[in-house]
Design a protein around this ligand. Structure first.
Ligand SMILES: *Cc1c(COP(=O)(O)O)cnc(C)c1O
Length: 414
C-alpha cells in the first residue's frame, strides 16, 4: 500500500503520517545514481508475438536482433496447438509444487524426453533455467566445499554459488584472447591449492550469454578429472542450436567427464522452463534437495506440452540449426571485414563491444531509429567498461536483413 493511503481515509492519521519519514526515501538517491551512470533500465512492452526476426514495440515495427528465439519456435503453430490441447485436457494452473500434486503426466513425459535428448539417465524439470542453476549448485556444494566459477558466468550460476555457502573461487575469462590457456592455468592453481575442501564443483556457461564465446570444455573436463571435481555445464544458449542433434557444445567437444548439464526451454525451445540432466542418482538427489524445485509451484502442464512439441521439431528439423549457424558465420564474417568487431565470438550471439554504457545506449537508439531492435547490454550484465550491443541471429533472419544490419552498424558502431 502506498504510504499515507490509510491516512487519506482517516483524518486523525493524516498529520501522523505527514510527520513520518518515508522509509523508501533512500531510493530517490539510488535511482538518481543509476540515472547518472546511464544504468537505469526502462521496460518496453512488446505488442506483437515474439518472433526471432520481427517485433512491434511502442507501435514501431522492427527487425528483431534481440531475441533468444534462435530457431523461430516461440510462435510456431504446432507448439501453440500442443499448448492449447494440454489446457483443454489438463486445465491451466498446476496448483501445487511437483512433490505434492503439481507434476502431471506431461511433466513426467517431458523429463523422460529430455533425458533421451541429452543422452543422460535422467532429467529434472524446473520452472526456469534460473531455478535449475540455483537448485543444482546449492544441492551439490555447501559449507566446507569449494566452487570454481568462470568470471563471465550467468547471474543464475553466480547466485547459486553465493547461496550455496561454499567458498567461491572466480577464475578469469579473457574473452578477447585467442585461447583460454591462461584462464585454465589459473583455475588449475586454484584447484591444486584446494586440498582442504570436502567437495569441489566447477561451473561454467557453455556459450557465454553476452559474449557469445565457447567455454573450453575439454580443458575443463581434464582439470575436473585430475582434481576430482564435479563439472556443471550450463548450455542455456546452446540447447537445441549447437551440436549434431542439438544437445549443445558438449556434443561436438568433450562430453564425457561432464557431471551434469543444465539447459533451458526458454530460448531455442521457444517456451519456458529449465532442466538438469545427469545420472539417476544425481536427479534423485536434486528432487530431494533443490529448494527451487521443491518449494515452487510446477509450471502449467501446457508448458510441458509445448516443450515436448519443441523437442520433436528440434529432432525432425535439423535444418533450423544449420541455418542459424550459416547466418551467424556470414554476419560475423561481414562485421570482421568491415572492422566492426574483432574475430573473437564464435556463436549466434555476436557482441559489438562499445565500452561506456552511454555509447551502447546511443548506438541502440540509432539502430532503432533505422528499424532494428538490438539491445544495449550494460553492467551488471557485463563487466564495467564492456557495455555492448548484443546481436542474436536466428533461423528466421533473411540474408537481406543481415546485410542491412551490417550497413547500419558500419555507421553506428565503428
Ligand atoms: C537465460 C539463461 C539462464 C536462465 O534461463 P531461464 O530459463 O531464462 O531462466 C541460465 N543460464 C544462462 C547462461 C542463460 O543465458
Amino acid at each position: 500500500m502506498k504510504v499515507g493511503e490509510a491516512a487519506r481515509h482517516n483524518p486523525d492519521l493524516r498529520s501522523y503520517h505527514e510527520a513520518m519519514p518515508d522509509p523508501l526515501d533512500w531510493l530517490n538517491d539510488a535511482l538518481a545514481d543509476l540515472d547518472e551512470r546511464t544504468l537505469r533500465r526502462t521496460r518496453a512492452a512488446r505488442q506483437s508475438p515474439q518472433r526471432g526476426d520481427h517485433l512491434v514495440i511502442d507501435g514501431q515495427s522492427l527487425i528483431n536482433f534481440g531475441s533468444n528465439d534462435y530457431l523461430g519456435l516461440a510462435s510456431d503453430p504446432r507448439i501453440i496447438a500442443a499448448a492449447h490441447g494440454a489446457i483443454d485436457e489438463l486445465g491451466w494452473g498446476a496448483g501445487a509444487s511437483p512433490l505434492v500434486t503439481g507434476r502431471s503426466q506431461l511433466h513426467a513425459a517431458l523429463e523422460r524426453e529430455l533425458a533421451g535428448f541429452e543422452a543422460a539417465e535422467a532429467a529434472l524439470l524446473f520452472p526456469t533455467g534460473y531455478a535449475a542453476n540455483v537448485g543444482a549448485v546449492t544441492s551439490l556444494v555447501g559449507k566446507g566445499d569449494a566452487v570454481y566459477s568462470d568470471a563471465l558466468n550467468h547471474a543464475s550460476l553466480i547466485d547459486g554459488c553465493r547461496l550455496s555457502g561454499a567458498t567461491v573461487h572466480v577464475y578469469p575469462n579473457d574473452h578477447a584472447a585467442g585461447s583460454r590457456q591462461n584462464d585454465l592455468e589459473r583455475l588449475e592453481v586454484l584447484l591444486r591449492e584446494g586440498g582442504r575442501f570436502r567437495r569441489k564443483l566447477i561451473v561454467t556457461d557453455s556459450i557465454f550469454s553476452m559474449h557469445g564465446t565457447y567455454a573450453p570444455l575439454c580443458g575443463l573436463t581434464h582439470l575436473a578429472g585430475k582434481y576430482g571435481a564435479m563439472l556443471m555445464v550450463d548450455e542455456a544458449h546452446a540447447t537445441g542450436v549447437v551440436g549434431e542433434t542439438g544437445r549443445g557444445i558438449c556434443e561436438s567437444s568433450c562430453d564425457d567427464g561432464i557431471t551434469l548439464r543444465v539447459g533451458t526451454l526458454s530460448k531455442a525451445l521457444g517456451g519456458m522452463g529449465g532442466f538438469v540432466a545427469g545420472s539417476q542418482k544425481l536427479i534423485d538427489w536434486l528432487a530431494n534437495r533443490a529448494r527451487p524445485y521443491i518449494f515452487s509451484t510446477s509450471a502449467p502442464a501446457a508448458v510441458a506440452a509445448a516443450g515436448l512439441a519443441a523437442l520433436k521439431i528440434i529432432r525432425d528439423e535439423p535444418e533450423r540449426r544449420v541455418s542459424v549457424e550459416a547466418k551467424a558465420i556470414e554476419l560475423r564474417r561481414q562485421l570482421v571485414v568491415k572492422g566492426v568487431i574483432r574475430p573473437t565470438s564464435s556463436s549466434h550471439i555476436i557482441p559489438v563491444i562499445l565500452g561506456q554504457p552511454a555509447r551502447a545506449l546511443a548506438a541502440a537508439a540509432e539502430l532503432r531509429r533505422r528499424g532494428f531492435f538490438v539491445p544495449a547490454i550494460r553492467p551488471p550484465s557485463v563487466p564495467e567498461g564492456e557495455s555492448l550491443l548484443r546481436i542474436s541471429v536466428t533461423a528466421l533472419h533473411t540474408n537481406q536483413q543481415i546485410d542491412d544490419l551490417v550497413a547500419a552498424l558500419c555507421d553506428v558502431a565503428r
